[in-house]
Design a protein around this ligand. Structure first.
Ligand code: PLP
Length: 419
């Protein structure tokens, strides 16, 4: 029996507290409010290699068809209504046509649209994990897993990536983290923050471990196909197994440079029918918030069909050029070591704290770099790992030059004197 409510005499913030469930932490946003608060009156222009946005300001023009596709939707008078809660058939069909492989097919019933890849991850994790369950995530990895886990009451456990092996997964650490309540392994390929892409051989090893442990994969493939060096080849996790059930998440945010349009999706690779019920619940779960905006859904078929490989190549060429340039410019600065990247939009730089007299860790490094040199980059602590910082490479050469020059000066001011 629930007692009848005793009258509360006054409104107050202590009596009207928000749910603990919503006291969540996004480490990047958190740093921006505290350690990495941008000075209100910086003593020189801020150089930000912090947040990854391939926008016009950074030299990334959208293919014309993208704007045409959305304008066409606005001109149709039928697109202001609700769509099916899992998304329009035409939009989901376009995803099937674009991504379904004849040997690893999926249908529109395996696709649910979401609010960006973030929404897709939230949906996938919600459906696979019960409160109190465990989700395995990469370290370093994309910070969003933390607020999602806090919100859903899920425990995160971290498996390590190996910087010296092009950020492959340390499979022993993956095995060691799995427990009886582990409901999914989150993998992210190509990787944010590492700027790396797994080889097919390594993906098969990961799948073998998932199969051995009987734990399904959630594959965050928001950088689907975004590899720019010859030694990197992208294969979707969905196209590599007929035994392990996989949920792939994707979006138009990064590969089509449309992060603000908030359209993503889950694709269920329902191998052997193991995910019949999971798939059903993904569709049910979509009824909570309903679908992403109908205009963008309506434009999706043209975006997926008419943005050409040549358009994608232009983006990759730019990324390759600035990645190599950043690597070269940041090499040879004592105390920091860039790690070569070949995918996505990022590069990790190792910090050797022993070289510095007054820098204890990556957070201090980035904090002092911001305050003294007005350069913004995120410490790897934001990605659950220690003693690296992440550089966003979708930026101009001039920005990279300035960043490198200021970082050189910054390091020089903090070296231990060599006696
Ligand atoms: C940007 C990003 C996301 C979120 O993408 P949205 O579509 O903007 O929600 C998810 N995962 C990774 C690894 C990302 O880098």
């Amino acid at each position: 029996m629930v007692e009848p409510r005793t009258p509360i005499k006054t409104w107050s913030s202590t009596k009207h507290e928000p749910s603990k469930r919503t006291d969540v932490h996004n480490l990047i946003r958190g740093m921006l409010e505290k350690e990495l608060k941008i000075p209100a009156e910086p003593h020189k222009p801020i150089i930000s290699l912090g947040l990854g946005e391939p926008t016009k300001a950074n030299g990334y023009e959208l293919p014309a068809v993208i704007n045409e596709a959305i304008i066409e939707q606005i001109q149709k008078e039928t697109v202001n209504g609700y769509t099916a809660s899992s998304g329009m058939i035409e939009a989901r069909k376009a995803i099937v046509e674009k991504f379904s492989h004849p040997d690893y097919p999926f249908t529109i019933n395996d696709v649910v649209l979401a609010f960006g890849c973030s929404g897709a991850l939230y949906n996938a994790i919600s459906v696979l994990c019960e409160t109190g369950d465990t989700l395995l995530v990469p370290r370093p990895g994309f910070p969003l897993a933390l607020p999602i886990a806090e919100n859903l009451g899920i425990n995160l456990k971290y498996y390590d990536l190996l910087p010296e092996q092009n950020w492959e997964i340390d499979l022993d650490s993956l095995r060691a983290q799995a427990d009886d309540r582990t409901k999914a392994i989150l993998v992210n390929n190509p990787s944010n923050p590492c700027g790396s892409c797994f080889s097919k051989k390594h993906q098969l090893e990961i799948i073998a471990v998932a199969d051995e442990l009987k734990i399904p994969l959630i594959a965050d493939e928001v950088y689907h196909g975004l590899v720019y060096e010859d030694d990197a080849e992208f294969t979707s996790f969905g196209n590599l197994t007929k035994d392990v059930p996989v949920i792939c998440t994707g979006a138009i945010s990064k590969i089509y440079a449309l992060p603000g349009w908030r359209l993503g999706w889950t694709i269920v690779y329902n191998n052997q029918g193991y995910f019949d019920k999971v798939n059903e619940n993904l569709h049910k779960h979509a009824m909570i918030q309903l679908h992403p905006t109908s205009l963008v859904q309506g434009a999706l078929p043209r975006i997926l069909k008419e943005v050409t490989p040549a358009d994608m190549q232009t983006m990759k060429d730019k990324l390759r050029e600035s990645s190599r340039y950043a690597f070269e410019k940041l090499s040879g600065i004592r105390g920091i070591t860039p790690l070569r990247a070949n995918a996505a939009m990022y590069m990790m730089v190792r910090i050797d704290t022993k070289e510095f007299k007054d820098i204890e860790d990556d957070v201090q490094f980035c904090q002092k770099l911001l305050n003294e040199q007005c350069c913004l980059v995120f410490p790897s602590t934001c990605f659950f790992a220690k003693n690296f910082f992440r550089v966003v490479i979708c930026t101009s050469k001039a920005n990279i030059d300035e960043f490198a020059a200021r970082t050189t000066e910054f390091c020089a001011a903090h070296y231990k004197s060599d006696q």
